[in-house]
Ligand binder design. Structure first.
Ligand code: IPD
Ligand code: CA
Ligand code: CA
Length: 297
């Protein structure tokens, strides 16, 4: 709202000036309040939706459920993935029926909205299907292409990670930050392996081999969203993986950034969840680990 055109010289009385300042301040307060109100609504919806999804994981875990294959024998989808996804989408659409949704099993629910919810109803489905409680629900919220909020919830460890752009990252409401390790050799790393692509020169196996041969502990949990959150929490010093999808990383990458870490693609350039290769670290070991990932070490 333009209150005063500074390019034209208009003489204002003292009273007019005071009125302008007053209206300007009230407008600012109102817009701050409505921003805050909206942010709270997004946060409440996000936390409600993630719990609704996680309740389905708890319901089906270790019980009986149908399992089917997507491409490849071990790329699975279970009844619980679908139930979690349905509960999450319902929770979001109850409050924001016109928002864009991108969810792993359903795909895109398109709209012209500037807001997009990116959902992984179970990250770590292979773990889930085998009764391994290392899996989670992951939801990120993007506004005009920028991730503004994200949550990752592993109900079996009762760990809820939450991050908001510019406001930090939290584990069960306690602020978290990345580790302070300074070299790769003293780091504890994590990675994942795609269902295909293992034979590529300087692909996942080569990088893994180089690090392990040097005695660096490299874990493989089976959930990219948890991997990212554990980098954010300082449990791991770095994480790299090939061929990830937006729903694997949307929430977790904001978590790492907000916890003070660094995320790039394998060229060291800005990372976007829409491109497949990701390197996330505490920032300090980033360039050194990048050299391994690029095959320069
Ligand atoms: C998988 C997990 C895994 C990663 C795979 C992903 P899903 O997601 O994040 O850690 O290695 O590339 O597809 O299939 O369990 O949702
Ligand atoms: Ca996933
Ligand atoms: Ca999934």
């Amino acid at each position: 709202m333009v209150l005063y055109d500074y390019t034209k010289s208009i003489r204002l009385t003292k009273r007019q000036k005071a009125e302008i300042i007053f209206h300007y301040q009230v407008d600012n307060i109102n817009s701050n309040l409505s921003n805050q109100y909206l942010c709270n609504m997004y946060k409440n919806t996000l936390l409600y939706a993630i719990q609704a999804g996680a309740a389905q994981l708890q319901h089906y875990f270790n019980g009986s459920f149908t399992i089917s294959n997507k491409e490849g024998i071990n790329n699975l989808v279970t009844e619980a993935d679908h139930a979690s996804e349905k509960a999450i989408i319902e929770a979001i659409q109850n409050n924001f029926p016109d928002h864009f949704i991108l969810s792993e099993e359903t795909g895109e629910i398109k709209s012209n909205s500037e807001y997009k919810w990116i959902i992984d109803p179970i990250d770590g489905t292979v773990n889930f299907a085998n009764g391994i409680p290392l899996c989670c629900v992951s939801i990120g919220l993007e506004k005009e292409g920028e991730m503004i909020m994200g949550a990752v919830y592993n109900p079996f460890m009762n760990e809820l990670f939450f991050a908001q752009k510019g406001m930090g990252a939290y584990l069960n409401e306690k602020k978290i930050s990345v580790s302070r390790k300074t070299t790769v050799i003293e780091s504890c790393l994590v990675t994942g392996f795609p269902y295909t692509y293992l034979e590529t020169p300087n692909g996942p196996l080569e990088i893994f081999q180089k690090l392990v041969k040097q005695g660096v502990p490299v874990r493989r949990l089976g959930s990219a969203a948890i991997d990212l959150c554990w980098v954010a929490a300082g449990r791991f010093d770095g994480f790299y993986e090939h061929k990830l999808q937006p729903w694997d990383t949307a929430a977790g990458f904001l978590m790492v950034e907000e916890a003070g870490g660094k995320i790039t693609d394998f060229n060291g350039d800005y990372y976007s969840p829409y491109q497949p290769h990701l390197l996330a670290t505490n920032g300090i070991i980033h360039d050194e680990l990048l050299a391994y990932v690029k095959g320069e070490k």
